[in-house]
Structures are given as C-alpha cells and as structure tokens.
Design a protein around this ligand. Structure first.
Ligand code: 13P
Length: 345
C-alpha cells in the first residue's frame, strides 16, 4: 500500500472551498429523482443530466474536488464522445465510484439491513482503478426505530457491528487497490427520534467503525469519513437549533474520530439545500477540530438544478446556474464563510 499516495488523494478531496459531488445514484434511485420531474430515466437522459453537471463552469473547477460515479457513469461517454471521466479530469475533479451493492435485510435482526458487495470486490476495484477511479464509496444504513418501540428496537449492537465490519473489509480492499475509501455509516434522519437519540446512535456507529478500521489494518491517513450530522428525526416535534446540531456533531466526531483522518465530508441525507449549507457553515465557524470538514452531498447539490432542468435541454443554462449556486454556497460553508446575505444576493 502506498500510503503517501492515498493520503495525497484524501487531502485533495477535502481541499478548503471544495467538496464532493455525489452523483452515484443507482438506476433505481435516479429513476425516483427523474419521476419527480416527470422525466423518463433512460441511459441517454441520465448521461445528459450528469454531463450537464460536469460541464458547469466554475462550479466544477472551484468547488468540486471529486465526483462519486455509478458503475454505468464511469463507463459512459459525453454526447461528443469524450468520456465522462475525462470531463472530470479536465476540471481537476477526482473520479470516484460507488462500489457497494445496496442493502439486504439482516438475518436474525428484523428491521435492520446490512450492505452487500464484498464478494468479488478486489477484482471490481482493480477494474475501477483502470477506469480512473481514485476513491470509492460504501454506504451502511442505520435506521432508528420509533421512540415508543422497546421490544425489537433498532439499531442493535449486532446490526451496527455487521455493517461496520463490512465497511472495514471494504476499506482495506480499497487501500490495497490504491483507492481511498469513503466510509459512510449513515444514521437515517427520517422518523420520530430525538436529537439525543441520534447523537447516541451516531456515537455507537462511529466507535464501532473506527474499531473495525483499526482491527482490519486500515490506514486512517488514507480514509475519508462520510457521516450524518446529529439531527432530530424529521417527524420529531422538538427540532434542535442550528447551533445545537453543529455542537453535537462536532462533539460526537471529537469523541470518536482519530485526528489522523484527513477529512470529514458530510452527506445531506434529506436536509433541504440551505439547511445543509447552514449547518456545515456553522460547524466550520465554530472550528477547533483537527480535520477538514466539507460536503459530499447528493440531493443538497442537485435538487434545485434538477427542478430547473425538468429533463428539457432548453433549461440547460438555468440548471447550470442552479448547480453553480449550491456548489458556490457549500464551498463557502466549507470555509465557514457562508452568510444568508450571500445566499440571497
Ligand atoms: P445525500 O447528500 O443526498 O444524502 O447523498 C449523499 C450520498 O452519497 C449518500 O450515500
């Protein structure tokens, strides 16, 4: 393992002012996104949408350090025949790849899932490296059950461990292949749970994750963590302030994440655009932690552009303007330099 090379990639992924664009929606997920704009999800339309994002001037060069691609996209060419990977290289954005194969119900643990995709992963990583990928993503999903549920409440320690074990195995294989693993243990934000419960479960998941990374020989200097922020469930009546979200998130990370990790790139998880920007900005304004903190957003970078595009080429410019705006605002947030005045300018 060339740790120096891995560390160089990881550090570049979290360059201040930049973050990661998660454009790795599976065919099923992108179909849902396209359904919301009444657009049929075809091979060409998916290409058009992603090509439009990757060709957005200034958004890409100034605010996107890397892009997480899906298996289809890493092999796809732009309309003019340039490969989409080469489009990213032209913008100095690092190509990444989602390598997990989604979740499956965890046997013996009703209500919990485990992420699959370890079988054959060594061979798939070797191919993705050849195709240009220098980082990868694996997402584990941790769901908090309703606060009134005592019997069969989730997550269980067994459920968390099954998922973090897979993350450790995946991360070790990535590093062997010269690929930086993004490790993503996502505590979902749907549901009725309190911010305190999210804090507790996030702490459990991150502790378990870093134990696994240690036990499986993963070098932390060559890893990027992609966590959720500590928020209340969307259906919880009692919603925390932006300050509380920032303070709790920083605390849980300080309590669990070693300083050797170069950077933390958050998922947006269903937060609305401005919320995801504001919360990241608040953490960077507070500061006092050893890692770079930035974004690895899917929805919070793409949603407004998707609505502007509506699947119609005539809206190409409007969609690029919307994407640039989110990339720019999040770029500022990654340095703690965002403000509502700039947002509304
Ligand atoms: P969201 O920002 O939409 O949560 O997506 C990020 C991601 O890559 C989830 O795995």
């Amino acid at each position: 393992m060339d740790l120096e090379a891995l560390n160089k990639i990881a550090v570049k992924m979290v360059t201040p002012g930049k973050g990661i664009l998660a454009a790795d929606e599976s065919t099923g997920t992108i179909k849902k996104r396209f359904d919301s704009i009444s657009t049929e999800s075809t091979f060409e339309k998916r290409r058009d949408w992603r090509e439009m994002l990757f060709r957005t001037d200034k958004a890409m060069q100034d605010h996107i350090s890397g892009v997480i691609l899906y298996d289809e996209t890493i092999r796809q060419d732009a309309k003019d025949g340039t490969s989409l990977v080469d489009l990213l290289h032209a913008n100095d954005a690092i190509p990444g790849i989602k390598v997990d194969m989604g979740t499956t119900p965890l046997a013996g643990r009703p209500g919990e899932t485990v992420t699959q995709g370890l079988d054959g992963l060594r061979e798939r990583l070797a191919e993705y490296y050849e195709l240009g990928a220098r980082f990868a993503k694996w997402r584990a999903v941790i769901e908090i059950s309703h606060p009134d549920q005592y019997v069969g409440a989730t997550p269980t320690l067994g459920g968390i461990k099954a998922n973090t074990h897979a993350l450790g195995r995946y991360a070790a294989l990535c590093q062997e292949a010269g690929i930086v693993p993004i490790v993503e243990p996502e505590v979902l934000m749907g549901g009725h749970h309190s911010v305190e419960r999210c804090h507790e479960v996030t702490e459990m998941a991150l502790n378990s994750l870093f134990t696994e990374l240690y036990e499986q020989g993963v070098a932390l200097e060559g890893v990027i963590l992609k966590p959720n922020m500590v928020v209340a469930g969307q259906k919880c009546a009692d919603q925390p302030s932006r300050e509380e979200i920032a303070e709790r998130t920083i605390k849980v990370l300080k309590d669990t994440v070693p300083a050797a990790v170069p950077g933390i790139a958050f998922l947006s998880g269903g937060q609305d655009n401005e919320e995801a920007t504001r919360n990241l900005d608040m953490m960077n304004k507070i500061g006092g932690f050893p890692w770079k903190m930035t974004y690895s957003y899917g929805r919070a970078l793409q949603q407004s552009a998707l609505k502007a595009w509506m699947g119609d080429d005539a809206n190409y410019d409007a969609a690029q303007i919307a994407f640039y705006k989110r990339a720019h605002m999040n770029g500022l947030a990654s340095k703690g330099e965002w403000s509502s005045a700039l947002e509304n300018a």
